[in-house]
Write a protein that binds this ligand. Structure first.
Ligand SMILES: Cc1cc2nc3c(=O)[nH]c(=O)nc-3n(C[C@H](O)[C@H](O)[C@H](O)COP(=O)(O)OP(=O)(O)OC[C@H]3O[C@@H](n4cnc5c(N)ncnc54)[C@H](O)[C@@H]3O)c2cc1C
Length: 415
C-alpha cells in the first residue's frame, strides 16, 4: 500500500487526499491551521464559487498566469468531472450569472464539510496544527516530510500549501521555502486580483461608493491596455471591486515595466451612451433644472456624493445657475462623465490579494502528472504553483484539477 503525505488541507490538498484515499492509498494530510479549508470557507464571499460552466478553453483564457500549463490537467479532470464528483458526494450545485457555479445552499462551509465527510469515509488521517517544516529527499527521491513532532515516511508527497495571500487562512508561502529546500525555483511572488492604490485625494471623500454597469479601462502611453464592464468601488486608498480586481493583473504587468509613463484608470460612468446621446440627455436634464444651480441639477444622472467630484474634475463651478452653463462647459462635463480619471500609484500587497501570482516554477513540473522533474515522488498542486486566474471559479478549478491529476498519477502512474 502506498503511503502519501499531503502538505496543506486547502482546496487542492483536500481534493488530493480524497482521491488518493478513494484509490486505496494510505493518506496523511498535514495541515498547519486548526481546521481544514480555512480559505475555502471564505471563498465567493462565503458562498464558494466552485467552478464555472464555461467551456474548458475559456478556463485557459481566464488564467492569465500560465493557463496553458493546465491543458493536461483539464483534459483529465474538467469542470463537469468536478461537478459529477461533488454531486456523487452529495453536494448539490447551481449555476449563476457568468456561468459561476455555487453550492445550492450558498454555503462555502458545506463544500468544506463535504470534503471532511469524504476524507473520513476514505480513512484519510488529518493532522491539524501540524505545519510541515522540511521535505526529506535522498538520491533525488522523496523519503518523507518532517514536522516539529515527527518524521513521516512517504512514497509520494504533494505540496498543496497555497500561495501567500490572506495569510490568516494559513497560506503564508511555506511551500516556496519547502520546495526551494529540495532544489526547486520560485518565481517572483506578486499580488493578483488585488485592489489598486490611487493618487488623487478625492477618492477618499467617496469611499464606500459602489458603481454598477460602468466601464473601467487601464490607460498607459495614451492607449487602452485593458477594459472591463461591471462593478467597482471607491475605498480610502483607491479602487476595488470585481472590475478592478480583474484589471489589477494588467496594472501589475505595467508597473513591472518600470517606465516613467503614468498609468491611469479611466471610468466611463455612462458606457451605454455615445458622447452625442449623453450630451442630449444632459441638455434634457438642464432644461428641466434650468433655474437650479449645477450642484442640484444632476441628481437624475449620478449618485449624490459623486456630483461635486464630477463638477470639480470638469473644472466647473457648482454654484453656477444651469441656464448660464455654456455649450463648451456642458461638453466638458459630458467628457468627464465618460473619462473620470485616477492615477495609479501601485497595488495593495500580496497579503490582500485574492490570489498569488508567481510560485513554484512550472518548468520544473510535468504538466501531465504534476510531478517534480527534479525529485521523484514530489508533486505540486494548487496555488503554490505559478498559476493564477481571474475570478469566476477558475482558481478553485485549477486547484482541484491539478490535485486530482497528482493523486491519480501517484496511485496509477502513466496510463
Ligand atoms: C477572499 C477570497 C475569496 C476567493 N474566492 C474564490 C472563489 O469564489 N472561487 C475561486 O475559484 N477562487 C477563489 N479564491 C481563490 C482560491 O481560494 C484559491 O486559489 C484556492 O484556495 C487555492 O487552493 P490551495 O489548496 O492551493 O491553497 P489554500 O486554499 O490556500 O490552502 C493551502 C493550505 O495549506 C496549509 N499550509 C500552508 N503551509 C503549510 C505547512 N507548512 N504545513 C501544513 N499546511 C500548510 C494552509 O494552512 C492552507 O490550509 C478566493 C480567495 C480569497 C482570498
Amino acid at each position: 500500500m502506498k503511503q502519501i503525505v499531503i502538505i496543506g488541507a486547502g482546496a487542492a490538498g483536500l481534493m488530493a487526499a480524497a482521491i488518493a484515499g478513494r484509490e486505496g492509498a494510505r493518506v496523511i494530510s498535514l495541515e498547519k491551521m486548526n481546521m481544514v479549508g480555512k480559505k475555502m470557507g471564505i471563498t465567493g464571499k462565503g458562498r464558494c464559487n466552485i467552478t464555472n460552466s464555461a467551456d474548458m478553453s475559456e478556463f485557459i483564457k481566464n488564467t492569465p498566469g500560465n493557463g496553458k500549463f493546465l491543458y493536461g490537467a483539464y483534459e483529465r479532470f474538467s469542470n463537469t468531472d468536478l461537478l459529477d464528483l461533488l454531486h456523487s458526494w452529495g453536494l448539490k450545485t447551481k449555476v449563476e450569472r457568468g456561468g459561476r457555479v455555487f453550492p445550492e445552499s450558498d454555503s462555502a462551509l458545506e463544500v468544506r464539510n463535504t470534503f471532511m465527510k469524504v476524507l473520513k469515509q476514505y480513512g484519510v488521517k488529518v493532522h491539524l496544527n501540524e505545519p510541515v517544516q522540511e521535505i526529506v529527499v535522498e538520491n533525488n527521491s522523496i523519503t518523507g516530510v518532517r514536522t516539529e513532532k515527527e518524521f513521516y515516511a512517504a512514497h509520494a508527497v504533494i505540496i498543496a500549501t497555497g500561495g501567500k495571500s490572506y495569510p490568516s487562512t494559513g497560506s503564508t508561502g511555506d511551500g516556496y521555502t519547502l520546495a526551494s529546500g529540495v532544489g526547486h525555483s520560485v518565481t517572483d511572488i506578486r499580488p493578483s486580483l488585488v485592489p489598486i492604490v490611487t493618487k488623487e485625494p478625492w477618492v477618499k471623500i467617496i469611499m464606500g461608493l459602489s458603481l454598477r454597469n460602468v466601464e473601467v479601462s487601464v490607460i498607459s502611453k495614451g492607449k487602452t491596455q485593458a477594459s472591463m464592464f461591471g462593478e467597482m468601488m471607491f475605498t480610502h486608498f483607491g479602487l476595488t471591486g470585481p472590475t478592478i480586481l480583474s484589471l489589477s493583473h494588467t496594472v501589475g504587468k505595467l508597473l513591472r515595466k518600470k517606465n516613467s509613463e503614468p498609468i491611469t484608470i479611466s471610468i466611463n460612468l455612462k458606457p451605454a451612451l455615445s458622447a452625442e446621446t449623453l450630451d442630449k440627455r444632459l441638455q434634457k436634464d438642464f432644461e428641466l433644472y434650468s433655474k437650479k444651480q449645477l450642484n442640484n441639477g444632476m441628481k437624475d444622472l449620478l449618485p449624490q456624493n459623486l456630483i461635486p467630484i464630477i463638477i470639480e474634475l470638469a473644472q466647473l463651478d457648482g454654484h453656477k445657475p444651469i441656464n448660464q452653463i455654456t455649450k463648451e462647459e456642458r461638453l466638458r462635463l459630458c467628457h468627464t462623465l465618460q473619462h473620470m480619471t485616477v492615477t495609479v500609484e501601485g497595488l495593495r500587497p500580496v497579503e490582500e490579494a485574492i490570489v498569488t501570482s508567481g510560485g513554484l516554477s512550472l518548468k520544473e513540473f510535468n504538466p501531465k502528472t504534476m510531478e517534480s522533474k527534479l525529485v521523484n515522488g514530489l508533486y505540486g498542486a494548487g496555488e503554490v504553483l505559478d498559476i493564477d486566474a481571474f475570478t469566476g471559479g477558475y482558481n478553485l478549478q485549477a486547484a482541484f484539477s491539478t490535485a486530482y491529476v497528482a493523486a491519480m498519477h501517484i496511485i496509477h502512474g502513466d496510463d
